[in-house]
Design a protein around this ligand. Structure first.
Ligand code: C5P
Length: 481
């Protein structure tokens, strides 16, 4: 979607994964990009230039003394019209050269002389990848603002198994596409529910609905691509987890309720923990600055605050801290953390937005059987009794630390009126309405956004396109908050 019309310089370096770069060239072009291949001399030992020339329809450059460029400056000219340089595969040697600014061939020189972003896809033996020298070089590239895609873990050409394997062509193309998405949600944390819930009747039967989870998963992907930290709480669906998204699987509405509340509690506790030390650090920095420099204390104050925030943010980012396999334990940890940070003067919200896309069952079976129910000879049917499930969205919206809440409404008729009433009933600022039976299980949808000021229609489009539009809308609303 975002690769359409983009011009990518595809740099291929010497490694057995170079053959995958040929598939990558195809994938990038299929997504609408123009690909200009540049190869190192070593790369040509693995794949011929003719392969890339035939696939891309453009001459392939390998030599900085190439006379086909009018002014003889291939290293300058090739990137001046490019939107990005993508190195795949990037060998350990090439990464080392990049990190240190060496330029002893066309591709290294071109990278140093470029005026566009650079993305690198490492591919090497697991020991080479794990070597502190390589890790140091990769860290340096990251610090320089270079994007690193992968590596993956698995079987390697050398016969060993481990980390260092190059991502597959489709994954690299997806990462490159995401790379061009404006990071409107950078620094935001978004919690999303998706899919149906399943309410057991007995150990083998239950009640569920037709939600496929596709819209919620598409929104999780879109928010992640826009730069947000995304946690996705998914009901029983068999969809792949979008890249970079933390996923927690649940089955019933009660489990979904507990997972959502636990995530909010933990995020709030972590935010408060950040507040506490920052307050102390800020006070200390202020005092030191006042003593030493008088009025110029501002710099010391912000540096102190940044240091403390960075330290705690690391722990906070650990997806396993959610404790999704033991919500009770996670709840205890959250409670302990809340105590620790209780002195925080102005507790910050941990999660910025909650998007409730899941089709949560309204009722669960109150008299669920521990054993499988048996058919009886008298033709009778089991008498099921129901009890209402907690309304997760309404409860989140009522919390004192409520994030910006977005609800979904799947209606079967009178969309605008029903959805407007639902928005008020749930107490959420934004409600996204669609016709349930026209969206469940399909790839396309049509949405109606309803807020306190009125409504706006997002016309029929793919769920991915609608999700991207919704992520942009959310970013604007969070900024205006
Ligand atoms: O009331 P209704 O189910 O139509 O409301 C739909 C919205 O409320 C969706 O955003 C859904 O995810 C959320 N919901 C919820 N908990 C429930 C029922 C619905 O969070 N028990």
């Amino acid at each position: 979607m975002n690769l359409k019309g983009k011009r990518i310089v595809l740099g291929v370096t010497g490694g057995v994964a170079a053959f995958k770069a040929a598939y990558l060239a195809r994938e990038l072009q299929r997504a609408g990009a123009t690909v200009q291949a540049v190869m190192t001399e070593a790369a040509t030992h693995f794949v011929g230039t003719a392969t890339f020339q035939a696939l891309t329809g453009l001459p392939v450059y390998t030599d900085q003394w190439d006379t086909r460029i009018d002014n003889g400056m291939a290293h300058i000219e090739l990137t001046r019209v490019a939107d990005a340089v993508l190195i795949a595969p990037a060998s350990a040697d090439f990464i080392a050269k990049l990190a240190h600014g060496l330029c002893d061939d066309l591709l290294t020189t071109l990278c140093l002389a470029r005026n566009c972003p650079l993305a690198v896809v490492p591919a090497m033996n697991r020991e080479m990848w794990a070597n502190p020298a390589t890790q140091r070089n990769v860290a340096m590239l990251r610090d320089d603002g270079v994007a690193i895609f992968g590596p993956d873990s698995g079987d390697q050409a050398c016969g060993e198994t481990g980390e260092g394997r190059m991502l597959e062509a489709e994954q690299i193309a997806e990462a490159m596409d995401a790379f061009f998405v404006p990071k409107t949600l950078a620094g935001r944390r978004v919690l999303i529910t998706a899919g149906p819930t399943f309410e057991p009747i007995d150990p083998v039967r239950g009640i569920t609905n037709l939600s496929s989870g596709r819209m919620g998963f598409a929104i999780a992907r879109a928010c992640r691509r826009a730069g947000a930290d995304v946690t996705l709480i998914a009901g029983p669906v068999s969809l792949p987890t979008p890249d970079g998204v933390v996923r927690i699987d649940v089955t019933t509405a009660e489990q979904m309720h507990r997972a959502v509340m636990t995530e909010l509690d933990i995020a709030r506790a972590a935010a408060r923990m950040r507040e506490g030390p920052v307050t102390a650090a800020t006070r200390a920095a202020n005092e030191a600055a006042a003593a030493d420099y008088g009025a110029s204390g501002a710099g010391a104050r912000s540096a102190g605050a940044r240091g403390a925030v960075g330290g705690f943010a690391d722990g906070d980012g650990d997806p396993t801290s959610a404790g999704d396999d033991d919500p009770a334990l996670a709840g205890e940890q959250a409670a302990a953390a809340v105590d620790y940070g209780a002195s925080a003067a102005s507790p910050k919200r941990g999660i910025d937005a909650f998007i409730s896309v899941a089709a949560v069952a309204d009722w669960r079976v109150a008299n669920r059987s521990e054993q499988k129910l048996k058919k009886t000879d008298d033709g009778g049917a089991p008498a099921l009794e129901f009890v209402q499930n907690p309304d997760i969205l309404a409860e989140v919206a009522r919390r004192p630390d409520a994030p910006y809440c977005v609800g979904f409404a799947a209606e079967s008729e009178d969309l605008a009126a029903n959805a407007t009433a639902k928005r008020e009933r749930k107490g959420v600022p934004l409600l996204v309405a669609n016709i349930g039976h026209e969206t469940f299980g399909r790839d396309e949808n049509e949405l109606l956004l309803i807020d306190a000021h009125g409504s706006r229609r997002l016309p029929r489009a793919s769920k991915d396109a609608l999700a991207a539009a919704l992520a942009t809308e959310l970013a604007q609303r969070l900024r205006a908050r």
